[in-house]
Design a protein around this ligand. Structure first.
Ligand code: MLC
Ligand code: AMP
Length: 504
């Protein structure tokens, strides 16, 4: 595979004379130090646009201090876990960054989650606080967290307090716990330390040449790696600015790109599909960089979006546990159907079974309180350079570029959101007319994959609408099936295990 140096200009200070060693991406300590020094140096720089209002860096700095003071006054202490389930707004970002500045560990959660999904997270990390914008989620967080749980909205409607000394977290302290299912089974929290976040942010912002002149059109959810660690943290690290849209729609993205003289757009393939279909993609032509990630971008969609926008889409490959791993280059050939080559600091290896293994300062070192899963997820190959993380993605090196050929893990990616078949099956099998069920992903031009339920029934076959209604409260809408197929029996192997790959 091409070396990470090919992402950088020859005079980039990350490339040292000391030979082929890894670059030092964590010299700055923590992201909080990087951000605080940017705000201090340029307090009047525009940072976020929300609605009609621009917030400056100095105003945001103040808002994060206020948030940190309120969280401290509410009795929260460094290391306490705070669940954060909000849309994209300056209030919610100030609460998030304020929590990190106060030394808390932020646990992002999808705003679409129902009670079962949210309660699982609150109890797993023994959260002491939750910032949620939906009244029902507030109620569920209280129920799962008990009487001492601090629950507030994104505007942190709590009493003011003295923020005290901020940004004391060290590079090895946990910053985020992000829930994902890894290669197997049940949801678990990937612990990302401050050094992981810093390394990933430094690596990506340098590779993509992000700086203070940049302006991002931001429409991704902020509770996942793409929107949060690439979009929000990338903007803060580069010292640039972002237009915060509450969600994606082609008209607002096109309007923001033109009206705000934006330079960057980050999206998932479904967004590019919808932009092309809208006929407004050409309004993004002045952007200097459009990035796609979180799910495979087909070569056809790559070409269609590149033609419609007029700039070659840059595809990259990331993961919650590892943040960004590989990318097509900013300068040089961006090859459709590939995810490029290792970003600065990242080592990529493909094992004999074709699985992608990763090592680097961006990569987490374990799931929260999951010894067995941790033992399974990391491999010591005896090369002296530390353990490799096994991604569950299947890849190949094609002429220096990584191609993701599929997954060994059982995961459906629908519109960039992950859906785990076993979780959906566990809910659907409780339906009175369903004897057995298996869940798979069916290819879709718009969504990448859609969730399909294969059912063996005892009574009348339930419709899609009926199964969606039945899943309400147990499964967020994006996990609910969009297709239902009735079969006489599910395919099983010699051990009696359902072979999902034989369906469809
Ligand atoms: C919304 N719906 C989805 C869905 N998103 N269903 C399946 N898959 C999805 N991804 C549901 C809605 O709840 C609604 O259900 C119905 O579909 C129609 O909604 P919509 O209005 O058409 O969808 P919209 O709200 O526009 O959302 C589409 C989207 C969104 C593409 C904008 O899914 C999105 O923001 N995706 C990005 C996900 C992301 O950020 N992933 C990064 C993970 S980090 P109903 O029942 O109400 O009709 C990661 C690492 C890395 O993977 O490498 O980056
Ligand atoms: P998540 O756990 O939400 O972080 O999802 C990570 C998974 O998304 C990876 O393990 C891959 O399977 C997939 N993924 C992310 N980016 C890409 C990409 N560009 N191409 C193919 N798959 C991707």
């Amino acid at each position: 595979m091409r070396p990470w140096r090919d992402h950088l200009d020859a005079d980039d200070p990350l490339i040292t004379d000391d030979g082929p060693g890894a670059p030092d991406l964590t010299a700055a300590g923590t992201l909080l130090h990087v951000w605080a020094s940017r705000w201090e140096a340029s307090p009047h720089a525009p940072l976020w646009k929300e609605g009609d209002r621009w917030w400056t860096a100095g105003e945001f700095d103040d808002a994060t201090r206020r948030a940190a003071g309120r969280l401290r006054a509410a009795g929260l202490e460094p290391g306490d876990r705070l669940v954060w389930s909000t849309g994209s707004s300056v209030d919610s970002l100030a609460a998030h960054v304020g929590a990190l500045r106060a030394g808390l560990v932020v646990v992002p959660a999808n705003t679409a989650y129902g009670e079962r999904e949210l309660a699982l997270i609150v109890s797993d990390v023994r959260a002491r606080a939750a910032i949620v914008e939906r009244a029902d989620q507030a109620e569920w967080a209280r129920r799962a967290g008990g009487n001492s749980m601090v629950v507030a909205g994104p505007d942190l409607d709590l009493a003011d307090g003295d923020p005290g000394e901020l940004d004391l977290a060290g590079a090895d302290d946990p910053a985020l716990i992000c829930f994902t299912s890894g290669t197997t089974g049940a949801p678990k929290g990937a612990v990302l330390r401050h050094r992981n976040l810093l390394a990933a942010s430094e690596s990506v912002t340098r590779a993509w040449r992000m700086d203070a002149e940049d302006r991002l059109v931001h429409c991704l959810p902020v509770f996942h790696a793409h929107g949060l660690m690439v979009g929000i943290y990338g903007t803060l690290t580069a010292g640039g600015s972002a237009v915060l849209l509450p969600g994606f729609d082609p008209d607002s993205v096109a309007a923001a790109a033109g009206d705000e003289r934006a330079t960057l757009f980050f999206g998932v393939p479904t967004m590019y599909h919808r932009l092309v279909a809208s006929g407004r993609a050409g309004e993004l032509s002045a952007l200097r960089l459009c990035v796609s990630g979180s799910a495979p971008l087909s070569a056809d969609l790559h070409q269609a979006a590149t033609e419609a926008i007029g700039t070659v889409i840059l595809e990259r490959y990331g993961m919650t546990e590892t943040l960004m791993n590989t990318s097509n280059p900013y300068v040089g050939e961006r090859r459709a159907g590939t995810v490029g080559f290792p970003l600065p600091g990242v080592e990529v290896r493909i094992d004999d079974a074709g699985e992608v293994l990763l090592r680097g300062p961006n990569i987490f070192d374990g799931y929260f309180e999951r010894e067995a899963a941790n033992a399974e997820s990391f491999r010591d190959l005896g090369d002296g350079g530390g353990r490799w993380f096994a991604t569950g993605d299947l890849g190949a090196d094609e002429d220096g570029y990584l191609v993701i050929r599929g997954r060994s893990k059982e995961l459906i990616i629908s519109g960039g959101f992950n859906v785990y078949p076993a979780e959906v099956e566990d809910v659907l099998v409780r339906h009175p007319d369903i004897r057995e069920v298996a869940v798979t992903g069916t290819a879709s031009d718009e969504w990448g994959e859609v969730v399909t339920a294969w059912v063996v029934v005892d009574g009348p076959a339930p419709s899609v609408g009926e199964l969606r209604a039945f899943s309400e409260g147990s499964l967020a809408p994006f996990k609910q099936p969009r297709l239902v197929r009735t079969v006489d029996a599910l395919p099983r192997n010699a051990l009696g295990k359902v072979v999902r790959s034989q369906l469809g």
